[in-house]
Design a protein around this ligand. Structure first.
Ligand SMILES: [Zn+2]
Length: 356
């Protein structure tokens, strides 16, 4: 599976000057399910289908970037994200096309300072076909060609827009983990507000709109890199747990609670801890974990929505740890009726807070 998948993706990312997205669909038709004998192409198509069935939309992740417009077929290739080839979207117009293999640059031209359609019909579209033509032009509106660059394939899951096996593996793993229903991925904690529980629940299901998740939904965003470090793609585990900037916060937390053990994100969400002396302390430790996750996501969104570079850099430098200590104390002291907290005690020995 891995080898054949790699072959098709490499082929697609390298870009076919003639076929564009049609590579896959053409070979699906030619060698796909109808083929009786196993062939390399049927393996490839089968692998792509399996990946799609997992919920990783391969065809949406691989986007044709139109620049010069001379290497992409106007009707056969998937020019517009998620729409599919124009011949399938507008069959009436395709039937009227005089040159079925025409290129984007043949049909979309700059005339009198405006990008517009330059059509070659066997007869002028009328009735419903005329309505289709209006829709087609609306879809193409905003498309401008760039003579200086070749048309190319872009991979949505990396900042460089180049395909990597690692990025696809991560996408598949995160989808597989999200589909695993054998154990509840998260335990609700009644000592934190509902919004914090909901956030952690979405983390457990990998439903937060991280850059990677947004890309996987086929939405075009300028960059997929982590907003904290700018070094790696932003996926759930990196953003909340593995990013060097976020790790510093977790390390402060471990030191504060004098914890030597290392937990996975999954243990943290479930509240699976084996170092605490009783379940009361376990629940308290879980409170801080969930507060930390919630606050890191809030911090990340603050960086995302800043308007200037200065604000981004100042938000990135922020030390969020004191706020996490403060909020987790506030929330627990308001909700856990059997205990009383003092700030000094909380900071010095959080695991030994008195139970009354
Ligand atoms: Zn990072």
């Amino acid at each position: 599976m891995a080898v054949s998948g790699l072959v098709v993706l490499k082929l697609k990312t390298r870009g076919s000057s003639e076929n564009g997205n049609g590579v896959l669909s053409m070979n699906k038709e030619r060698y796909g399910e109808k083929s009786r004998n196993k062939s390399t192409w049927s393996d490839i198509v089968g692998t792509c289908n399996k990946i799609e069935q997992l919920g990783v939309p391969l065809n949406n992740l691989m986007v044709r970037k139109i620049c010069r417009g001379t290497q992409t077929s106007f009707w056969m290739d998937n020019l517009l994200n998620n729409l599919g080839p124009l011949k399938d979207c507008f069959p009436r117009l395709f039937a009227l096309e005089r040159y079925k293999n025409c290129l984007v640059a043949d049909r979309w031209v700059l005339e009198e300072g405006e990008w517009q359609g330059k059509w070659a019909w066997t007869r002028q579209p009328s009735g419903r076909a005329d309505g289709d033509l209006t829709k087609l032009v609306t879809e193409l509106n905003g498309l401008t060609l760039d003579e200086s660059q070749d048309d190319r394939w872009e991979w949505n899951l990396t900042a460089s827009r180049k395909f990597t096996v690692a990025s696809l593996c991560r996408a598949i793993h995160s989808r597989l983990n999200a589909n695993d229903v054998s154990a509840p991925p998260f335990n609700w904690n009644s000592w934190v507000p509902r919004k914090v529980n909901v956030c952690a629940w979405r983390v457990a299901l990998d439903r937060l709109p991280t850059m990677l998740n947004v890309c996987q939904r086929g939405i075009n965003i300028p960059t997929s890199v982590c907003l904290f470090c700018g070094l790696y793609d932003e996926y759930r585990d990196h953003c909340l747990f593995l990013c060097p900037k976020v790790k510093v916060v977790w390390l402060k937390f471990w030191r504060w609670w004098k914890v030597c053990a290392r937990f996975s994100l999954s243990d943290i969400l479930k509240g699976n801890f084996n170092f605490t002396k009783d379940k009361w302390t376990t629940k308290l430790f879980h409170v801080v974990c969930l507060s930390l996750i919630w606050y890191v996501w809030k911090w990340r969104n603050k960086i995302l929505h800043t308007s200037s570079d200065e604000e981004v850099s100042s938000a990135q430098q922020e030390d969020i740890f004191p706020a996490i200590q403060r909020l987790s104390l506030l929330w627990t002291s308001n909700r856990a009726s059997k205990c009383r907290f003092s700030w000094c005690h909380w900071i010095r020995a959080p695991g030994e807070v008195a139970v009354l």
